[in-house]
Design a protein around this ligand. Structure first.
Ligand code: F6P
Length: 422
């Protein structure tokens, strides 16, 4: 089996560990492993004809016993590690590494190529939000490029949008193959050989916003970053007896804000899933913080999830929270928006372990896939690596957002935690 892996959507710590695990385990299981640069965009761009002639397709499959010594099947992606070349501009940089990647978006990867990747932040193979892959024409080209390189399995690591894209691609695959054959772009023999696509999804997102899994890859590291930031802010806040309002990422999910608040000792937390219970969150927050100050606290920390809303579904913004604290409680208040510092940087230990275990499971899942089995998403539930039907997880994730939009917070929480009671 020839497996390709891509990372898609917002990057997250741990994505490189996924690539490393899939490449290494894939090879150990006797597969050929490839990486796709720049997410789905790379799949659409593929390898130019000239480069494809030098394709490594015909090289012998790398075997485990030579993998540790001479496993560098391409050496091409070694260069990605050092950030050489503007990859989205098609490797037009001056560095030899950048030149060697010119016109190559689908690249064979060996053991040595991914050595040490578990400790690298972001995604070394790049990610992009591809507009072309959203079109059928783009997906047709992507299918052609995969077949051209002889690939029959795809691992996608990304958020719910990226995983939905993978499932759509798989569902459409037979039709795409038929079209390619009828247009004379592939032979009947190739069409038969590539009649089905095997796919598997892993959830890479700092937001921890996917249903049917307890944790997404990158969320623990982001939480750790926020925690460190709160520790740093605590000392300066305390010195000046100030209040700080911290805006944290998470899109429509309050997991990062909630857990950061608990682990950093925040005074008040705003999350989308559970808006303040009273009509006036301003009163509720001020009463709480006033009480804390009364018992002698010298500092105040308020955490606002970027998707936080009030009971009427109006956004709660950090600047407004600051004004309320300043005007109503007379606190010297500052706003800190942590931004992308939450997303980048080295993965914490758990964001190396989780992707490694899930990457192993992803390869097993592909090896066991049949044309009729559903597309799977690899998750973790109650500390066990799981396989769940990908579209069920995506549908439930969307149902949470819909419930929040319909102000049915209890229902939204019940999807995230079936035992939840307000
Ligand atoms: O989904 C990950 C995330 O970091 C969200 O928390 C945030 O809202 C968004 O991506 C930011 O996206 P961008 O990097 O495109 O600004």
């Amino acid at each position: 089996m020839k497996i390709a892996i891509l990372t898609s959507g917002g990057d997250s710590a741990g994505m490189n560990a996924v690539v490393r695990a899939v490449v290494k385990v894939g090879i150990l299981k006797g597969c050929e492993t490839w990486v796709v640069r720049e997410g789905y965009e790379g799949l659409v761009r593929g390898n130019t004809e000239a480069v494809s002639e030098q394709s490594l397709d015909e090289e012998p499959i790398e075997l485990p016993d030579n993998a540790s010594t001479d496993g560098s099947s391409t050496n091409l992606i070694h260069n990605l590690r050092f950030g050489d070349g503007d990859l989205l501009k098609d490797g037009t940089g001056d560095h030899p590494g950048a030149r060697s990647l010119k016109g190559r978006y689908i690249v064979r990867a060996g053991f040595d190529d991914v050595r040490g990747w578990f400790a690298e932040g972001g995604t070394l193979i790049g990610t992009a939000r591809s507009k072309t892959f959203r079109t059928q024409e783009g997906r047709l080209q992507a299918a052609y490029n995969m077949i051209k390189e002889g690939l029959d399995a795809l691992v996608v690591c990304g958020g719910d949008g990226s995983l939905t894209g993978a499932d759509v691609f798989r569902a459409e695959w037979p039709k795409l193959v038929e079209t390619l054959q009828s247009e004379g772009r592939i032979t009947a023999e190739k069409a038969k050989l590539h009649a089905h696509l095997r796919i598997v999804g892993l959830v890479g997102s700092i937001d921890n916003d996917m249903s049917m899994t307890d944790l997404t890859i990158g969320a623990p590291t982001a939480l750790h970053r926020i925690c460190e930031a709160i520790d740093n802010i605590n000392s300066t806040a305390s010195s000046h007896s100030r209040a700080f309002v911290l805006e944290v990422m998470g899109r429509h999910c309050g997991w990062l804000a909630l857990l950061a608040g608990v682990s950093g000792g925040a005074d008040f937390i705003f999350i989308p899933e559970r808006p303040p219970t009273s009509q006036s969150w301003e009163d509720e927050m001020c009463d709480c913080i006033h009480r804390h100050r009364e018992v002698g606290k010298r500092k105040t920390i308020v955490i606002v999830a970027e998707g936080a809303i009030d009971r009427n579904l109006n956004p709660i913004k950090a600047d407004h929270v600051k004004d309320v604290l300043t005007e109503r409680l007379g606190l010297d208040t500052r706003v800190t928006t942590l931004g992308h510092t939450q997303r980048g940087g080295r993965p914490c230990a758990y964001d190396r372990v989780l992707p490694t275990l899930q990457g192993m499971e992803a390869v097993e899942t592909l090896l066991e896939a049949t044309p009729t089995s559903p597309s799977y998403m690899i998750g973790i539930q109650e500390n066990k690596i799981t396989r769940v039907p990908l579209m069920e997880a995506v549908a439930m994730t969307r149902a949470v957002s819909a419930a929040i939009e319909a102000k049915d917070f209890e229902k939204a929480m019940s999807y995230r935690d079936p035992e939840f009671k307000e």
